[in-house]
Design a binder for this molecule. Structure first.
Ligand code: MG
Ligand code: MG
Length: 273
């Protein structure tokens, strides 16, 4: 069952999303060669708690950490460890937080040092596909419209769209209805309505879309060992249109990147708590 959120609930969800946005911003200045994912995980946990929230993933389905940290050929659900990041790596960081009873959940794939051109392009296209998907998340459209937009964009670049893992409704539960696949057919699936909130999260592989799972029961990797990228935003339907609750602006500030990619999805200014 899809749980529609009131205007007030959407504002609370914006605050939860912003906890994650700010945490990813703190991590952005720390991601570099020599740093371990376990260090970044601890940093994120402290920051989330300092903001008056609790980590959203820690203990969820028994996940052992605050962040899912998935380097290189890992798609999602990687577990932080003591292996230092290396120059040329990419690292997908997925972060969740819960505050006022609502979850925020979003993700960004970072470059570590100097990354190969074909990998940089994978990151750029995956992020662009996220916005292609968000554009299709509007009242009257359907789940398949978002999936189609992401799939069409990524496959036109020859990339593999992961099938087994999907985006999702978001609210008082981390995973609510509807499921939001990154593939699909236009005009198919559940219809979007005012007040829906979802996490849209393309997981896109440089090579095959096929994946495998490590024996740890969590880590998902590409079957061919090629890199995978993951970008995620929390989005609400307000006045029939997509409105971003999360933002990459803290990341861009930390990295010195100028971007207007989110401007089209801001109907109201971000309200600081
Ligand atoms: Mg996530
Ligand atoms: Mg998610």
């Amino acid at each position: 069952m899809i749980k529609i959120k009131s205007k007030e609930e959407i504002e609370l969800m914006r605050q939860s999303a912003l906890v994650v946005s700010k945490t990813l911003g703190v991590l952005a200045s720390e991601v570099k060669p020599g740093v371990t994912t376990r260090y970044l995980d601890k940093l994120a946990e402290e920051h989330i708690r300092d903001l008056g929230a609790i980590p959203g993933f820690l203990g969820l389905y028994d996940f052992p950490n605050t962040l899912c940290m998935s380097p290189n050929s890992q798609v999602v659900h990687g577990i932080p460890n003591d292996k230092p990041l290396e120059d040329g790596d990419i690292i997908s960081i997925d972060c969740g937080a819960k505050m006022n009873g609502f979850y925020g959940d979003h993700a960004y794939t970072f470059e570590v040092g100097e990354v190969a051109e074909e990998t940089k392009k994978l990151l750029r296209i995956t992020k662009e596909s996220l916005y292609e998907g968000i554009r299709a998340f509007r009242a009257g459209n359907r789940v398949g419209d978002v999936g189609y937009a992401i799939q069409h964009y990524c496959e036109s670049h020859g990339y593999g769209v992961v099938r087994e893992l999907v985006g999702h409704g978001l609210g008082t539960e981390m995973h609510e209805d509807p499921e939001m696949p990154n593939y699909g057919k236009r005009g198919r699936g559940k219809k979007f309505k005012e007040g829906m909130v979802v996490a849209i999260e393309p997981m896109i592989n440089l090579g095959t879309h096929k994946i495998k799972q490590l024996k740890d029961g969590w880590t998902i990797l590409t079957l061919d060992g090629k890199p995978s990228a993951h970008f995620e935003h929390d989005v609400a339907i307000v006045n029939g249109k997509p409105e971003l609750l999360s933002t990459f602006s803290y990341i861009y500030e930390a990295l010195g990147i100028t971007s207007d990619e989110e401007a089209a999805f801001r109907q109201t200014s971000i309200q600081e708590k």
